[in-house]
Design a protein around this ligand. Structure first.
Ligand SMILES: CCCCCCCCCCCCC[C@H](O)CC(=O)SCCNC(=O)CCNC(=O)[C@H](O)C(C)(C)COP(=O)(O)OP(=O)(O)OC[C@H]1O[C@@H](n2cnc3c(N)ncnc32)[C@H](O)[C@@H]1OP(=O)(O)O
Ligand SMILES: NC(=O)c1ccc[n+]([C@@H]2O[C@H](COP(=O)([O-])OP(=O)(O)OC[C@H]3O[C@@H](n4cnc5c(N)ncnc54)[C@H](O)[C@@H]3O)[C@@H](O)[C@H]2O)c1
Length: 719
């Protein structure tokens, strides 16, 4: 809806009304058409102001309506009618003007913004482009380079930057609508052609071809395989090279392709999935809207290695005081310096003053006594963690929440070592913890809903996408990664090279394939865990690590290369070779080829040609099957939870939605058939056997992903 009122006798005020973000639903568009007509028809009205209810201008087109039948007046003619108006129209921008919201403002003759407003054209993040003439008006207003930046990244700008770029005419910290009303009165009757952006020529640039070529390369590099950023560049190019009307036609054509694409569906699914994970629930029935989080102001981090440092930075940047504890003298000094540097860099990026004095560094636990919440990030060693939790229980004030950043150890076991197991939860951050957006909040059998609510809220305040998951080895993300990595190892045994496997998965859209990723994070990390699990241990009789363990196929290739001291980038050699220890550029290593040939010969394995399709199917379908298993067990509550974990924690390409969304796109029946096919070929690999939930879903006709949660409720008793 939109409401019309007349203010001070001669200014028509149109207020968009569709909380919470005044999205341009059919009713809002109809409201705008009706109220603009009214303003034009009423002779007393000399100028018009458009604003949004509740101090929010407009969040753009109604994304929810994209998947249904479009009704109501179309957006584009409505926006053109505003620009063509013979009475001046002023946009009063408060809160946000995003997507279609900014396009609406660009059709107005003047734009006045509140200092705290944010503006942008984020359509690209939804797999679209600004197709209500945004791709044609913005370059005409602010130039090609700046428009390319905003349109291809979708980033939001502050009012100050918008003013500097020339997107808005005036910024105020007063009541924006009042300022706009006054301004509208002052411009009544003035000529408008100079204010109609569609009439502007696109500002020329030195070498347009080179500029667009460079932009195209940049977007192709940064979002491998994503089509929307490419279309955005093409649309801006049309603005730069074609008359306005023809540019609009091109914008429309490009949008038609994007609008119905699988990528747009995936990205819009991901948008809503990120919001859905905030509505968490626990098997007990406790959920996000009924549980009050505990108040948290003072925090502590124990262990200042790779993870602890990032967590201290993220907590400090979110405004919490932190007691940072590290027992190792040298580590403490290095951590202090690293944390300070990260804070300075972060503050510079955000244009704020760095916070230092809210951190207290300590060798001992004493200063932890009066904190509200502790995050433990010591070595991944259960005995050590037990000891730390016992110390914390003795020193902390009653009611302090004890969280662990373990990558996958048993939360219940750790909780059982404390007098208050209800106050123990996992807070599993991802490296680097001040950058990566994902946080898995892991509840154990006894974790209280308030403890979970507190960790979820803390994650939100730290700018994380937090997902509540159940407790099991590896939780959701790392658990699903195991069958994926196993398949990558098995493929090497059967004839593939690390490059072949990585290339297939990088072409799918991962930033790095499993071997380049393993080189980056350190191959020895998994090796140490496997040794602790008793897997990477030679058989006393043969002296070799067995290739069958507990009745299942096991590949020791990773263990064997670690035995050679090849730990990845840090040692300059791993699955690839690097020019020096710490080097970043991975090059295929002839040593690896020789090693694999010898390994295969030793074990009587005859290498075969493996094609990329097999790599994708085996790695991804094994991971997806494990995803279904976590849903079946209730460890992940919904497919959206898994998808958000994979997109934000494991760099699953966002334009493919996430593993469970991808499974839905591929078709559950196909996934099941291919898993069965591979399981027949490899009966000693249980993770290739389709799990019960997948079979059941196929048996009932493969319902679409948004119906799985409903179906799971019914099926859970039968599974
Ligand atoms: C052959 C076929 C050819 C077809 C051609 C079709 C042509 C169609 C013509 C279209 C013309 C193009 C128009 C335009 O260019 C396209 C767009 O405008 S796309 C939308 C762009 N806008 C955005 O991307 C903004 C998205 N929203 C946000 O980023 C954030 O929500 C926010 C606005 C910054 C607010 O953040 P928060 O305060 O944190 O709040 P939440 O995020 O939790 O949101 C609260 C609530 O609101 C819902 N919501 C937000 N934005 C929208 C929206 N634009 N539409 C619908 N709903 C929205 C959000 O989902 C939350 O609700 P919940 O999910 O929790 O129920
Ligand atoms: N590195 C990753 O990518 C990653 C990702 C997610 C989770 N994790 C988990 O985070 C935890 C920490 O991992 P990391 O990579 O930061 O390890 P790390 O080896 O880099 O750091 C651990 C730090 O803990 C310190 N420490 C040991 N005992 C201590 C004690 N009693 N009190 C205080 N400090 C102590 C060590 O001196 C060291 O500085 C582990 O549980 C790990 O599984 C790691």
């Amino acid at each position: 809806m939109a409401q019309f009122s007349r203010v001070s006798g001669s200014v028509g005020l149109i207020t968009l009304q569709n909380p919470p973000v005044n999205a341009l639903s059919a009713a809002v568009r109809q409201g705008i058409v009706d109220t603009v007509n009214k303003a034009l028809q009423e002779p007393e009205v000399k100028s018009v102001v458009i604003c949004g209810q509740n101090k929010v201008f407009c969040g753009g087109a109604d994304i929810k309506s994209f998947r249904g039948v479009m009704t109501g007046p179309p957006l584009i003619p409505m926006i053109h009618a505003i620009e063509a108006s013979t009475k001046p129209v002023v946009a009063a921008i408060e809160g946000i003007a995003l997507g279609g919201g900014l396009e609406l403002a660009l059709a107005c003759h003047y734009r006045i913004s509140h200092t705290k407003a944010r503006l942008g054209l984020p359509e690209v993040t939804l797999g679209l482009l600004p197709a209500a003439a945004g791709s044609q008006r913005l370059p005409r207003l602010i130039g090609i380079t700046a428009a390319l930046d905003l349109i291809t990244t979708g980033r939001h700008v502050t009012a100050a930057e918008a003013l500097q770029l020339g997107i808005v005419d005036h910024v105020t910290d007063q009541n924006t609508v009042d300022v706009a009303l006054k301004f509208a009165s002052s411009v009544a009757g003035k000529p408008l052609d100079a204010r109609r952006i569609s009439l502007y020529p696109c500002p020329p640039s030195d070498d347009t071809d080179a500029l667009f070529e460079e932009a195209m390369q940049r977007v192709r590099r940064s979002a491998r395989g994503a089509i929307a950023p490419v279309a955005c560049v093409q649309a801006v190019r049309a603005a730069a090279t074609l008359p306005y009307a023809q540019g609009l036609e091109r914008e429309k054509e490009l949008m038609a392709t994007l609008f119905t694409s699988g990528q747009a569906r995936a990205l819009q699914y991901s948008f809503f999935a990120q919001r859905a994970v905030g509505r968490w629930s626990m098997p007990s029935g406790a959920q996000w809207d009924t549980v009050e989080p505990l108040p948290v102001q003072k925090t502590a981090v124990i262990g200042l290695g790779t993870m602890g440092r990032g967590i201290v930075v993220a907590l400090t940047q979110a405004g919490f005081s932190v007691v940072a504890v590290e027992t190792h003298e040298k580590q403490l000094t290095q951590a202090k310096q690293a944390i300070e540097e990260m804070l300075i860099r972060g503050a510079k990026r955000r244009g704020v003053t760095p916070e230092h004095d809210t951190i207290t560094y300590s060798h001992s636990m004493e200063p932890v006594a009066n904190v509200d919440l502790v995050i433990e990030a010591v070595f991944e060693d259960m005995v050590l963690k037990e000891k730390v939790f016992q110390q914390l229980s003795a020193v902390c004030k009653p009611g302090t929440l004890l969280c662990t950043n373990t990558s996958g150890l048993d939360i219940d076991h750790l909780a059982s070592k404390t007098p208050n197991p209800e106050l123990v939860v996992g807070m599993h951050f991802f490296a680097p913890a001040h950058v990566m957006k994902l946080l898995e909040v892991v509840y154990g059998r006894q974790s209280s809903p308030r403890a979970v609510a507190t960790a979820m809220q803390l994650g939100k305040k730290m700018g994380k996408v937090s997902v509540a998951v159940g407790n099991c080895l590896g939780f959701v993300g790392n658990r699903m990664l195991k069958p994926y990595m196993n398949q990558a190892f098995f493929l090497l045994e059967e004839g593939a090279s690390p490059e072949l496997v990585d290339q297939a998965l990088e072409e799918f859209g991962f930033i790095m394939g499993p071997f380049r990723m393993s080189d980056l994070s350190g191959i020895d990390v998994g090796w140490r865990i496997r040794k602790e699990e008793g897997l990477a241990v030679p058989d006393q009789r043969t002296g070799q690590i067995p290739r069958m363990q507990k009745g299942c196929r096991y590949s020791p290739v990773g263990d064997l290369i670690c035995e050679q001291g090849r730990f990845g980038q840090k040692t300059g050699q791993g699955w690839y070779r690097y020019d020096k220890p710490g080097g970043r550029v991975a090059r295929p290593d002839p040593w690896m080829q020789t090693f694999l040939n010898q390994y295969r010969a030793t074990h009587g394995l005859v290498p075969r040609r493996i094609d990329p399709k097999e790599v994708l199917e085996r790695c991804l379908y094994a991971l997806i099957n494990e995803g279904f298993q976590t849903l079946e067990e209730g460890i992940a509550a919904a497919p959206e939870d898994i998808d958000v974990i994979y997109v934000f924690g494991y760099s699953w390409p966002q334009h493919r939605g996430g593993p469970m969304f991808y499974a839905d796109m591929v078709g559950l029946e196909k996934i099941m058939d291919r898993l069965e096919h591979y399981h027949q070929a490899h009966p000693d690999v249980p993770s290739l056997q389709p799990c019960n939930l997948l079979r059941k879903l196929v048996a009932i006709g493969s319902p679409p992903i948004h119906k799985w949660s409903q179906v799971m409720k019914t099926l859970r008793s039968q599974l």
